[in-house]
Design a protein around this ligand. Structure first.
Ligand SMILES: Cc1cc2nc3c(=O)[nH]c(=O)nc-3n(C[C@H](O)[C@H](O)[C@H](O)COP(=O)(O)O)c2cc1C
Length: 198
């Protein structure tokens, strides 16, 4: 199973392109689940260290809907809108709240495969900086980070929305970067499944 996490509080460009990515993966034969921060209560990590002692997060909010999806998932797609040249605060809250999962099991995320999508209002608005933050989260949690490769999707899927849903739908280059990234992500997912069975 692949879980797609949308870090936008709106039903707009980021959600649209993440759903497109999950549709592509479904067509390739993967089971997917969509999770959004929109309308959810996901508090910041308050660094109380409860998770280190009790192996669970003390804050019982909507993160508890995502935790089981993350456990089951072999692949993770994080999609964020670009806010001030980086990921949204909502996306960061999700990442920080994953500390409880790692506190309970150091290998919780190990060998899962991850890709990233960033959607900005400007053509060059910080998409790669936002993706870099997602990749850093992947690397430090043992998730294998995958991009679409050079010549179009260097760090992952990057979109220029012009601040509208219609804008992102017209971003042909963005969709090219998405197709390339999804293709590579699917290749990695399949390769790891075969290796794990051997
Ligand atoms: C607080 C805030 C900060 C933003 N900062 C940037 C930015 O640094 N660079 C940029 O290109 N767009 C920026 N934007 C615009 C959004 O990235 C853009 O509208 C994007 O499409 C929002 O995603 P959504 O359509 O899923 O809501 C910002 C928007 C907000 C609300």
């Amino acid at each position: 199973m692949i879980v797609g996490i949308c870090g936008s509080p709106r039903k707009q460009a980021t959600e649209h392109v993440l759903r497109e990515a999950l549709n592509m993966l479904e067509k390739m034969g993967f089971e997917t689940n969509f999770f959004t921060v929109r309308g959810k209560k996901i508090s910041f990590c308050r660094h109380c260290d409860h998770c280190l002692k009790h192996k669970e997060c003390i804050t019982k909010d909507n993160m508890y809907e995502l935790y089981p999806l993350l456990k089951e998932a072999k692949g993770i797609v994080i999609a964020t809108p670009v806010y001030n040249g980086g990921i949204s605060a909502q996306t960061k809250a999700v990442m920080d709240r994953c500390r409880a999962l790692v506190a309970a099991d150091r290998d919780f995320f190990s060998y899962k495969v991850g890709m990233a999508i960033a959607v900005a209002g400007d053509r060059i608005g910080g998409q790669e900086l936002a993706i870099q933050q997602i990749m850093t989260f992947y690397i430090l949690n043992g998730i294998i980070p995958v991009s679409g490769g050079s010549f179009g999707a260097n760090l992952g899927a990057t979109f220029w929305s012009k601040d509208t849903l219609e804008g992102v739908k017209k971003d042909e280059e963005g969709f090219r970067s998405l197709r390339k990234t999804v293709k590579k992500f699917a290749e990695f997912m399949k390769k790891f499944e075969v290796e794990k069975q051997n």
